[in-house]
Write a protein that binds this ligand. Structure first.
Ligand SMILES: NC(=O)c1ccc[n+]([C@@H]2O[C@H](COP(=O)([O-])OP(=O)(O)OC[C@H]3O[C@@H](n4cnc5c(N)ncnc54)[C@H](OP(=O)(O)O)[C@@H]3O)[C@@H](O)[C@H]2O)c1
Length: 342
C-alpha cells in the first residue's frame, strides 16, 4: 500500500469562469487500511460541468465545497488492497472517487462493480454513468417522451445531450439538437442520427433558427444550458409540452442575481406546459436496468458516444476549465493509470 497519493483540491473559491489556478494538486497521506475498507487505483477520472456549481462557496444542491477540499468526479478504478469482504483485489469499479490517484472507501456511497467488458471502460463513467443515466431518466421518467413528438436538446453534443437525443430517436421522436461549431453538429447528424442540428455559434438569429427547425413546435425541451435558452424556447412549446431541466452550464459561471429570468411563463397556463428538474441519483434503484439496455445498444453499434482522453492527473484542472469554453468533444476523461486488461 502506498503511503501517500496525489489529489486535486480547491485552492480558492471560483469567480466567473474557472481557471487552473483555482485548483491545487497536492500529496496527501493514505493512512492504514482499517477493517471494512479497501484501496483503489484510479484508471480514468471524469471532469463534470456540474462540479462548477459547488466551487463558488454559495448554495448548491450538492453542497458548497470548502477551500482545501478534494474535487469531485467519477472514476473507474481497480481495487488493489481490501479489508472489505464485498470488494476483492482486482475488482473494477465505477465510483465517485474524485480527481485523485488512489482512494480509500468503506463501501458506502455510489460504487458499482464493472462486470460487462463489452464496452470501453470509460463508458462506465460516461454514457453508462451519470451523464447517460441523466439522459435516460430525463427522457423516460421526467419527459415521458413518446413516438411522433419533437424533441429539442441543448448542449446536444455533450454526453448527456447526445444520449438524450439518441434515446429520443429510439423512442420514435423527431430530434433537433443545438450545439456549438461545425464538428459537433456534423457528428450529431452523421453519427448520432439527429434529424436536424443548429450551430448556435453561427446563427445570427437563434430564435428564428429554432422555429425553422421545429416548424410544428416543441413537445420536449431537454435543457442542459440554462434559463436564457429555456426562455427562448418556451413560446414554441406545444400543448402539454415538457421542459426537462437537466443542467445549466451557461449559468454556472454567472452570479445568481445576474442570471436571465424566465419571462415567457404564460405558456405554462395556455399550453399546460410542465417544467421539471432531476437529480439522477433519485433513480439509483433503476440504474442497473437502464445500463443493461444501453450497454446492449452500444455493443450492437446503435448508441454512439464520444470520449476524449487527457493524459495524466496533472491535466485534470485544464480539462475541467475547457468544458466552459466548449472545447470538449463528448465525455472528457483523464487517464490516471492503465487499464489492467490493456
Ligand atoms: N441533473 C442531473 O442529475 C445531472 C447529472 C449530470 C449532468 N447534468 C448536467 O447536464 C449538463 C450536460 O452535462 P455534460 O456532462 O453532457 O456536459 P456538456 O454538455 O459536454 O457540457 C459542456 C458543454 O456545454 C456547452 N457550454 C459550455 N458553456 C456554455 C454556454 N455558456 N452556453 C451554452 N453552452 C455552453 C459547450 O458545448 P457547445 O460547444 O455545444 O456550446 C460545452 O462543450 C450539464 O449542465 C450538467 O451539469 C445534470
Amino acid at each position: 500500500m502506498p503511503d501517500t497519493t496525489r489529489r486535486w483540491v480547491l485552492a480558492r473559491h471560483v469567480e466567473g469562469a474557472p481557471t487552473p489556478e483555482d485548483f491545487r494538486l497536492e500529496e496527501t497521506p493514505l493512512g492504514e487500511l482499517a477493517d471494512g475498507r479497501f484501496l483503489s487505483r484510479v484508471i480514468l477520472g471524469s471532469v463534470d460541468p456540474g462540479t462548477r456549481s459547488r466551487l463558488s462557496g454559495g448554495d448548491s444542491y450538492a453542497g458548497a465545497m470548502k477551500i482545501g477540499e478534494g474535487i469531485d468526479g467519477f472514476c473507474v478504478a481497480e481495487v488493489i488492497e481490501s479489508n472489505n469482504p464485498n470488494y476483492a483485489v482486482g475488482d473494477l469499479i465505477a465510483a465517485g472517487g474524485g480527481w485523485r490517484e488512489h482512494f480509500v472507501s468503506d463501501g458506502r456511497g455510489f460504487i458499482q462493480k464493472i462486470t460487462d467488458r463489452r464496452v470501453p471502460l470509460g463508458c462506465w463513467i460516461g454514457i453508462l454513468g451519470v451523464p447517460g443515466l441523466t439522459a435516460w431518466f430525463g427522457m423516460n421518467r421526467v419527459a415521458q417522451a413518446k413516438a411522433g413528438e419533437t424533441l429539442l436538446v441543448t448542449s446536444a453534443a455533450g454526453p448527456v445531450g447526445a444520449t438524450a437525443g439518441q434515446i429520443g430517436k429510439k423512442l420514435g421522436m423527431r430530434v433537433v439538437g443545438i450545439a456549438g461549431g461545425p464538428k459537433k453538429c456534423a457528428w450529431l447528424k452523421d453519427e448520432a442520427g439527429f434529424d436536424a442540428v443548429i450551430d448556435y455559434k453561427a446563427e445570427p438569429d437563434l430564435t428564428a433558427a429554432i422555429k425553422a427547425a421545429c416548424p410544428e413546435g416543441v413537445d420536449v425541451l431537454f435543457d442542459n444550458v440554462g434559463n436564457e435558452m429555456v426562455d427562448r424556447v418556451l413560446p414554441l412549446m406545444k400543448l402539454r409540452g415538457r421542459v426537462v431541466v437537466s443542467g445549466q452550464v451557461a449559468d454556472y459561471n454567472v452570479e445568481p442575481q445576474d442570471r436571465v429570468g424566465l419571462k415567457n411563463t404564460s405558456v405554462f397556463i395556455t399550453h399546460r406546459v410542465r417544467m421539471e428538474g432531476l437529480v439522477v441519483f433519485d433513480d439509483i434503484r433503476q440504474f442497473g436496468a437502464a445500463q443493461a439496455q444501453m450497454a446492449d445498444w452500444i455493443a450492437d453499434g446503435s448508441l454512439k458516444f464520444a470520449i476524449e482522453e487527457f493524459d495524466g492527473l496533472e491535466s485534470a484542472a485544464e480539462a475541467f476549465c475547457g468544458l466552459f469554453r466548449g472545447e470538449n468533444f463528448g465525455r472528457r476523461l483523464v487517464r490516471v493509470s492503465q487499464d489492467p486488461a490493456a
